[in-house]
Design a protein. Structure first.
Length: 282
């Protein structure tokens, strides 16, 4: 069992999401940063579950009531197992009774905490990913207890170390391919979109909104499918980038589609960060 002493700023449980229910109006959900999610499951292979804690800005403090192993990937957080500092991308063993504290983000915005085992929570529409009101809660709450079935065979296994660059979170450039409505905007607007440095105005699991002084002469179009990574251009000239919990349809111009790597890069950026677009060359 894992007991939540404090839940942090916004902690959810995510797996690979609900990819086959969008026709019912249900978002995909799942991890915001797919690269870090996949890395966590590579370091601790999924067994019968790929569920992780997705921790945003400030992570949880957990009482570990079983023996198992864990790994943290994604953003660099100030984290400790009892009094031992935790490094990203290393697999650690723990014993029942120990305290794991995932502190405040130091580089990036979201980290992924993967345990070696499975959370005994129900699948809804074939997924354990939190998304209210599909699930009863928006996020993990203080005092909750999650039954956890450990699958560890040897908790003294050697620590695995995979080195990755932490500089990726600071990269401004977002690579993208032309979206279905790229052809509808003028050459001058295209040039401005690819030359302007945008500031992140707001963000959540539904999407990122960028500050912009661009002008859009098009009114809303007929609704069409929206997927994570779609860059939308509103009638007011704003740029909105869809992420994991985005709506399934929308009527804004869809001007670009971020590459998977750039989407993972974007969702590690807090408000106030600067970004710019660049067309991806195959």
């Amino acid at each position: 069992m894992i007991e939540v002493i404090s839940s942090g700023y916004f902690t959810t449980i995510q797996d690979s999401g609900r990819k086959t229910h969008r026709h019912l109006g249900v978002p995909i959900s799942g991890p915001m940063d797919l690269n870090s999610f996949y890395l966590a499951n590579l370091l601790l292979p999924g067994l019968d579950s790929d569920s992780v804690f997705e921790c945003t800005l400030i992570g949880p403090k957990l009482k570990l009531r079983c023996n198992s192993r864990f790994v943290i990937t994604g953003a660099k957080f100030d984290s400790y197992l009892d009094n031992e500092a935790i490094e990203n991308n290393k697999v650690y063993s723990f014993q029942a009774g120990q305290i794991l504290k995932v502190g405040r983000a130091k580089a990036g915005l979201r980290c992924y905490l993967k345990f070696e085992g499975t959370f005994n929570i129900p699948k809804i529409l074939n997924s354990k990913s939190f998304y209210y009101p599909i699930t009863k809660s928006k996020s993990v709450n203080d005092g909750e207890k999650y039954k956890f079935i450990s699958k560890t065979q040897d908790i003294n296994s050697k620590i695995i170390n995979l080195k990755i660059s932490e500089n990726s979170f600071s990269k401004k450039t977002l690579f993208a391919r032309p979206g279905p409505d790229w052809r509808l905007i003028t050459g001058e607007i295209k040039k401005q979109i690819l030359s302007e440095i945008f500031s992140i105005k707001s963000q959540n699991r539904m999407g990122y909104r960028l500050s912009s002084e661009l002008k859009n002469d098009f009114f809303n179009l007929s609704s069409k499918v929206v997927i994570p990574g779609i860059v939308q251009f509103t009638p007011g000239g704003e740029i909105i980038i869809a992420t994991a919990d985005c709506q399934v349809t929308g009527g804004y111009l869809q001007i670009l589609i971020l590459t998977d790597d750039s989407l993972s890069n974007l969702v590690q950026k807090p408000e106030g960060s600067k970004v710019k677009f660049r067309l991806f060359d195959n």
